[in-house]
Design a protein around this ligand. Structure first.
Ligand code: FES
Length: 331
């Protein structure tokens, strides 16, 4: 019996990052750019779970700090010969989308290993996938995998008329399992009753603007869906209030770190020379998670589950704060 040929998998720069070459750039719709990356030697890249994101080193912030942003992977996930992302230009963002829009073919970039925070539940009886605008990127990856593995699924895609990135890809993949909407009224008039009419064991996944996620998960809960069957991915937290000052007590070293209003706990720790890994600094990626040993947490991130937030033993210091004047950390 012949053994299958071993696939040569691309080695990483180090344990956690890869060098990737920009192989192709294309405009999908107004303001949305699709970028395809390959291994510089054209080897197979590490596989990933549908819904995973790729963290790119995107230049530096205005203060000289390295900028790293997470983008959903849209291409095939098993032993891929490329990674691809689609990014809408955000004129008011921190500069990551601008950096992506200025990439040129042949440029070599640094990326983290694909990470998953929005994976499909393989035991689900049926998958309802909902995308709003550029939130289509992880949904495309879910739909591709669901089709490939013969899972039961349907896709609902809401976008402004004439501006549906990856619409043709979804049509090809989903055929009659895809419904599209150009207005909120059209979307809700179908989704409201649909939320009440799903087989037991159905899981709902939504990626898009916060308003869409909050409204859809809120109506699903109201219709009796348990939290365990609701999955969502935000683009990032919006404007946060500056919060009140508090003190972070570092249990292992006995140091007290003051955290002023308008300063994040992450920034306060860094200014005291305490190194905390971070990527998005928007409460989305999960990289900065810290163990909490005392005090209440005002969770403002979009990463931890409701159950994890209720347990109160960890927090995302890039956005979350103390619910009181003191917090004890296992640092
Ligand atoms: S750095 Fe991403 S959640 Fe804090």
């Amino acid at each position: 019996m012949a053994l299958a040929a071993r696939t040569e998998v691309r080695p990483s720069i180090d344990e956690t990052s890869l060098a990737l070459t920009v192989a192709e750039v294309a405009s999908l719709t107004q303001g949305v750019r699709h970028v395809r990356f390959t291994d510089p030697a054209r080897r197979t890249l590490p596989s990933f779970t549908p819904g995973s994101h790729l963290v790119l080193w995107c230049g530096t912030d205005a203060d000289g700090r390295p900028r790293r942003n997470a983008y959903s992977l849209t291409g095939p996930e098993f032993e891929p010969d490329h990674y691809s992302i689609s990014v809408r230009l955000d004129e008011h963002g921190r500069g990551g989308s601008r950096w992506v829009h200025e990439l040129e073919v042949g440029q070599v970039v640094r990326a983290g290993m694909p990470r998953s925070a929005f994976a499909p539940v393989l035991t689900a009886r049926h998958h309802v996938l909902v995308a709003g605008g550029i939130g289509v990127t992880p949904i495309l990856s879910h739909a591709r995998a669901a089709r490939q593995w013969g899972r039961s699924f349907e896709v609902h895609y809401i976008f402004r008329d004439g501006d549906g990135p990856h619409l043709e890809n979804l049509r090809e993949l989903c055929r009659d399992r895809l419904r599209t909407y150009n207005t909120a009224d059209a979307f809700w008039s179908h989704m409201e009753p649909a939320l009440l009419d799903q087989p037991l064991g159905t899981h709902l996944y939504v990626c898009g603007p916060s308003g869409l996620i909050d409204a859809l998960t809120g109506r699903a809960r109201h219709a009796g869906w348990p939290d365990a069957r609701l999955h969502y991915e935000h683009f990032g937290v919006g404007e946060l209030d500056p919060g009140t000052p508090f003190t972070a007590h570092l249990r292992r070293t006995g140091v007290d770190v003051p955290v002023d209003s308008g300063v994040s706990l992450l920034e306060a720790l860094e200014s005291e020379g305490v190194a905390v890994p971070s990527l998005c600094r928007q409460g989305v990626c999960g990289e900065c998670r810290l163990p909490v040993r005392g005090g209440g947490v005002d969770h403002r991130d979009l990463y931890l589950s409701e159950a994890e937030k209720a347990a109160g033993d960890c927090m995302m210091p890039c956005v979350s704060r103390a619910r009181g004047d003191r917090l004890e950390l296992d640092l």
